[in-house]
Design a protein around this ligand. Sequence first.
Ligand code: AMP
Ligand code: MN
Ligand code: MN
Ligand code: MN
Length: 276
Amino acid sequence: MPRFDLHCHSTHSDGLFAPAAVVARAVERGVDVLALTDHDEVSGLAEARQAAIAGGITFVCGSELSVSWGKITIHVVALGIDPQNPTLTEGLATIRSGRSARARRIADSLAAAGIPGAFEGAMKYVTSERLVSRTHFARYLVETGHARQMKDVFKRFLTRGKPGYVAHEWATLSEAVGWIHAAGGQAVIAHPGRYDITATGMRRLLAEFRDAGGDAIEVLSSSHTPAQYAEFAAHARAFGLRASSGSDWHGPEESWMDLGSMPEMPAGVVPVWKDW
Ligand code: AMP
Ligand code: MN
Ligand code: MN
Ligand code: MN
């Protein structure tokens, strides 16, 4: 069975390695099929694809789209997209366009909580002029001793009810699915176990996603416990959605799981790669 990793990040969003370096690490780690899925972005895919050809592994063009679903933010991974499709690239540009103003508001909120200079501080960690994210603020908060490591930052900052959190409107669920399909890709709910919703809310999300044409959910994710692998495998079966697997790797020491280190897909689900 080939080893799949269908979710990871590079310096084109909030990862620490350039696309070619992500691919080189995936090759070293024994990944056979890799998707690079930078947040709201496709600009790293050409470099990654070249590196994958050189390294002899299969490459899948991807992205991870930020979506607002009611009051919460959902991530939808796109797999097998044409990165040049104008519907998709215009949609991604729309999502990215709010990020700079949002970063200013995040910095204002941190300043009000007694942490000045966070905008400039976060910008030191930004590696693509096209995209600033909470991760860049998180790195600054670690640097300045407000949290010990990346895993702790989001418990105290940058999430709902905490300093540095600001509400933001991303794309809608049906827009994201529509753009991904326009570009010939499959739409996958990323790390469903991470969302702060009730069991009823999760069923409503999955039903709405399926009805919007969504294709799959991540069953295997570094955000999930083994119990959640089974839980989301059951959800995939119940909702007629396929199952995906991704480490969501951002860099050494910032990730729960290294590239390609997910277990085997549980039995009884249809993998997202079934028809590839
Ligand atoms: P943004 O798209 O700007 O809202 O930033 C979201 C990114 O922050 C995610 O893709 C993760 O890389 C990171 N992040 C969010 N929540 C957490 C968390 N609880 N622990 C670690 N990283 C997180
Ligand atoms: Mn991220
Ligand atoms: Mn995500
Ligand atoms: Mn991700």
